[in-house]
Every structure is written in C-alpha cells, then in structure tokens.
Ligand binder design. Structure first.
Ligand SMILES: C[S@@+](CC[C@H](N)C(=O)[O-])C[C@H]1O[C@@H](n2cnc3c(N)ncnc32)[C@H](O)[C@@H]1O
Length: 424
C-alpha cells in the first residue's frame, strides 16, 4: 500500500504484512549488533496513520532508541561516497536547491543501482536493513500523474500553485542530477526524493536519514510524546529519542515534523492533520498602480510605493495571505491607493478616509475574487464519487485536498470579516 494522506487520528491497528515484520526485525537486530538500542516494549504496527510505533505496554520516561552516529546516513556520507558528490553539492547550492536532500536522494539511487548492477544483493550493503523497511511507493503530490483529475480539482487554489512550484523545482533538481548520473529515470528520482523529503532529519546542520526513528509518525504539538537529540554536539555521537510523556498500552508514539501548515505536510509527507493549528495561506495578487510617466510626481510616487511596500511592489505583486498578515495586505493597498491618485503622495495619508476606503475595497475585491476562484469541492466531489473504486491513495489525496481548500477559503472569509470589523 502506498504511503497515504490519512486524515483521521483514530487508531485502528491492523497487522503488518509479513515482509514488513521480517524487515523491521532485521533492522532492530542490525541496530543492536552495531551498538544501538530500540526499546523492547515498542512494536511497529499499522493504524490510521499507516505504519507507526506503538507501546506494547505502559511506558514512562524511557529512552526509545539510541543509534551510534555511524548508523545514520548523513549528507556527508552521501557526498563522500558519490564520485560526483562534491560537484553535485556545489551546483545545487548555486541554484538554491536543498543540497542535502538531493545528495541523500542520489545516494539512495546509487545504492539501489549498485545492488542490481553487480549481482551483489542489497543485503550485502551496510545500510541494507534500513533500505528494506523503506516504503516501496509514495504518492506525494509531486508524483501525481500529469493530467490526473486531482490537478483539475484544485485549479485556482494556492495549493495548485504550491504543487506546480514543487514539481518544477524537483524537475530542476532532476536535470542537475542527470547531468552527473544520466541513467536514473524521473520515476526513480521521485521515489528517492520523496523518501528523503518525508524522512530526513536536520541534525548538526546537515540532513540525515535515521533508521528506525523515522518510523515514528507526526502528531500535532499536544499529541507529541517523543523528542530527539544528538548527545555530543561536537564529536559525532549517538542519536537519542526519548519519551516526554507517559504512554498507555497500545498508544502510538508520535514525534513532531515541525509546525507546518497542512499544505506543506501534504507536499512533503503526503498527509494532513485533521485539525491544524497553523494558518493556511492563499496567494493574493495586488495590482500595481499605474503611474503614467507624465505624472509630475512619478518618481516620488514610485519611491513611496517601494518604501511603503517594503520593496514588494513589482509589475504584479503576489503576496501570501495568512491569518498573521492581514494588516500587511491593507498596507499595500493603501500604498497603491495613495499612488494612484493625482497630486503629491504624502506618507500621512493612510488616515485619509478616501484612501482608507479605496484600500479596504481593494482588499475586499481581491479576497472575493479568490473565493470565487477557489470553489473546486463540487467538481472534485463529482469526480471523486466516480473514482471510489480506484486506489486508496487517490481517495486519501482527495480528502486532504478538500481539507486544504476549505482551510484556504476559511482564511479568505476571516480576512473579509476582519475588514468589515474595521469598517464597523
Ligand atoms: C517519517 S515517515 C513515518 C513512518 C511511516 N509511516 C512508515 O511507514 O515508514 C513519514 C510518513 O509517514 C506517514 N505519516 C506520518 N505522520 C502521519 C500522520 N499524522 N497521518 C498520516 N500519515 C502520517 C506519511 O506517509 C509520511 O510521509
């Protein structure tokens, strides 16, 4: 079963496939043989969040796992073992992609290729017990097939833009990797890159894959009971995961992947939280005021526009709206209103009722336009009804999209209420 976008936190444990049971046993033995430790009262089980770690009996203040540094696959390990590692890092840094994630992906691909090219079995490689527990397929939005109905269902939303941007930047990374290692296919790259995106930790300034610890699923901050650290910050020592709250029997142990909005969770991990405490974002376009070159104040106005918008006004200004920056949008619209009218722009003018009215109207129009554009649920619902027979990942992805689009609309509605409260 592919990794999926679970939307419910209810835990209905199911047994793991036999292959997984054997792979996890192999991984735990490998960790023990190499001086590490995994708590014997924890078991890997399959619940509503997919595969995860569960307490087999009540547990308090325990160390959940301890891994010597050499069991981790770090960016440095990847860079040193790839013949083109250093060049790949330098080129990736040049165009602003995340070099660590790309290096780890290239390393995974190399290990896979080496095991098949030289009849050497994956089992002979040092990290093979880890590779055996990795998911074989993932259905993150970047890997939704082109032309899939899910893309049509989210048309016009901020989520659509984010998915497009992610796929574009992965495409650039893939081209770069291909310039060093031309034999990998896009599908192979996507698998490796999605595995890395959904599992890598940031430790001591580098991205690392941490066997076993990455079997813990993510929870909202109030649900999390596990925290990790690396023991000695100078010498490369053990990675340790500890319990921060007591666990009852059969309770799932959750860690935090960071405070991320649901759209980011979907993009990088393929799931959403049923109730997110982090605001969704919507892209809003603010029209740049047209100041004719014949306007005697053109230079002054452009300067004013530039400074009052913090350098944001371009030919077209697209700014993310979330619950924390409503005021910023109003400020930009004020700047636009000040510069659109004739006469000298004066910085004190936000208090001018005409400017204020124009700014609020500008915000309202933009938000209402976005609300009209982001109405995909009906369309998605209809398509979704017809596809209930299809694979699970599509249904989970559809539910996740519904939720994110609802969250986007809720931000717009809150913005409109905020504006009307200002006017009241
Ligand atoms: C670091 S792995 C966690 C272990 C993973 N479940 C496994 O079977 O290997 C991250 C992946 O687990 C799943 N996941 C993690 N937290 C989740 C949650 N709260 N709800 C649904 N799926 C979750 C997602 O598929 C995500 O890409």
């Amino acid at each position: 079963m592919p990794e999926h976008a679970g939307t419910s936190a209810a835990s209905s444990a199911a047994s793991l496939p036999m292959d997984d049971v054997a792979a996890i046993k192999g991984l735990e033995s490998w960790i023990a043989e190499n001086g590490g430790f995994t708590h014997p009262s924890l078991r890997i089980s399959c619940g509503a969040r997919g595969r995860g770690v569960v307490a087999a009996e009540p547990l308090s203040s325990a160390e959940l796992c301890r891994l010597p540094w050499r069991l981790l696959i770090s960016e440095q390990v990847a860079e040193e073992s790839l013949s083109f590692g250093r060049d790949l890092r330098m080129s990736a840094e040049e165009f602003g992609s995340a070099p660590g994630l790309l290096l780890l992906s290239a390393f995974l691909l190399q290990e896979r290729a080496q095991s098949s090219a030289s009849s050497r079995d994956l089992r002979d490689q040092f990290y093979s017990p880890y590779y055996h527990v990795l998911p074989r397929c993932l259905a993150l939005p970047a890997s939704w097939p082109e032309g899939h109905w899910l893309h049509a269902g989210i048309k016009g939303s901020h989520l659509e833009r984010q998915i497009r941007a992610k796929r574009h930047s992965l495409g650039l990374e893939f081209s770069l990797l291909q310039s060093f290692a031309p034999s990998y296919t896009w599908e192979e790259f996507l698998w490796a890159r999605c595995v890395v995106a959904s599992r890598a930790y940031a430790l001591r300034g580098q991205r690392c894959l941490v066997p076993w610890a990455d079997l813990l699923n993510h929870g909202a901050s109030h649900e999390v009971q596990a925290r990790y650290h690396v023991l000695d910050e100078v010498v490369q020592s053990d990675f340790v995961m500890t319990l921060t709250k007591d666990l009852t029997k059969d309770e799932e142990v959750l860690q935090s992947y960071g405070d991320k909005p649901n759209a980011m969770l979907l993009l990088d991990y393929g799931f959403v939280l049923p109730k997110s405490a982090i605001s969704a974002s919507v892209s809003m376009t603010i029209p740049t005021p047209q100041i004719p070159d014949t306007d005697p104040q053109v230079i002054l106005k452009k300067k004013q526009l530039w400074s009052s918008s913090g350098g944001r006004f371009g030919r077209e200004t697209v700014l993310e709206l979330n619950r924390l920056n409503f005021d910023q949008h109003l400020q930009l619209q004020r700047a636009a209103a000040i510069c659109s009218r004739s006469g000298e722009p004066t910085p004190g003018e936000p208090s001018d009722p005409v400017i204020e009215m124009a700014a609020r109207d500008g915000c309202k129009t933009a938000a209402e336009q976005m609300l009209r554009r982001s109405k995909p649920s009906v369309e998605m619902g209809e398509i979704g009804e017809r596809t209930l027979q299809e694979q699970d990942w599509e249904i989970f992805a559809q539910q996740a999209c519904f939720q994110i689009l609802d969250e986007e609309r809720a931000v717009l509605q809150d913005f409109l209420s905020w504006l009307s409260d200002l006017s009241a």
